[in-house]
Write a protein that binds this ligand. Structure first.
Ligand code: AP5
Ligand code: MG
Length: 208
């Protein structure tokens, strides 16, 4: 099963993907996580990507497409992937169609997790992540509820950058809603409910 998770920054893509990984064993590819690791390790990709990410702008399509071409051919993707944060532009969506068609793996669904932007600003300013296991939590978590690790705040989770990320989403990524509607792959899920309730709808949409 190959799925695209669509949705604004903070809509809950990572949260829902983590549940699918835990319960269904699907392979999760988050371009944001890959880029943050590249920045941390100061790889050539990380060095190029950092200023875009700090500003909340998109990293150029050619860098992202090259990264995904390599990642999607790795053996752990053969049984299917959850794509989180990719594609983010029409150019990336067209490139993904080509990659999947070359691999003979069709896309099964594009799930749009829909949340009001003002809800998102609050969510992202209070998001905290675990340094050890990557668990996505909130400022209410003094330590990671999964592994006890130290929690930190992402560099782009401040109000100014979050508002720019939302603008960039509206301008560059939201056209993909119509793109996937046109391919009859779009399923919209109300993401402004308890994460477990959202997950029930995600599973229903994927017939899991
Ligand atoms: P990326 O890491 O993909 O960030 P994003 O799309 O901005 O999304 P987030 O990770 O912030 O949100 P999410 O939807 O995963 O929400 P989460 O589950 O964490 O990208 C970062 C940057 O990398 C980009 O700005 C860009 O520069 C670059 N980049 C990445 N991919 C790229 C691409 N393809 N092309 C170009 N550039 C790219 O949840 C958020 C918070 O809400 C958490 O605290 C969580 O606990 C809480 N929460 C989740 N669900 C609920 C719920 N139902 N109710 C209440 N709270 C909830
Ligand atoms: Mg995420």
């Amino acid at each position: 099963m190959n799925i695209v998770l669509l949705g604004a920054p903070g809509a809950g893509k990572g949260t829902q993907a983590a549940k699918l990984v835990e319960e269904e064993g699907l392979c999760h590819i988050s371009t944001g996580d890959i880029l943050r690791a590249a920045v941390k390790n100061q790889t050539p990709l990380g060095v190029k990507a950092k200023s875009y990410m700090d500003a909340g702008d998109l990293v150029p399509d050619d860098l992202i497409i090259d990264l995904m071409k390599e990642r999607i051919q790795q053996p752990d993707t053969e049984k299917g992937v959850i794509l989180d944060g990719f594609p983010r532009t029409t150019t990336q969506a067209v490139a993904l169609d080509t990659m999947l068609s070359e691999l003979g793996r069709p896309l099964d669904a594009a799930l749009l997790i829909d949340v009001d932007p003002e809800v998102i600003v609050n969510r992202l300013c209070s998001r905290r992540m675990c340094k050890e296991c990557g668990h996505i939590g909130t400022a209410a978590d003094a330590a990671c509820p999964k592994c006890g690790g130290e929690m930190y705040q992402r560099d782009d989770d401040n109000e100014t950058t979050v508002r720019n990320r939302l603008d960039v989403y509206e301008k560059s990524t939201s056209p993909l809603i119509d793109y996937y509607r046109g391919c009859e792959l779009l399923v919209t899920i109300d993401g402004d409910r308890d994460p477990q309730v959202v997950y029930t709808d995600v599973k229903e949409a994927l017939k899991l």
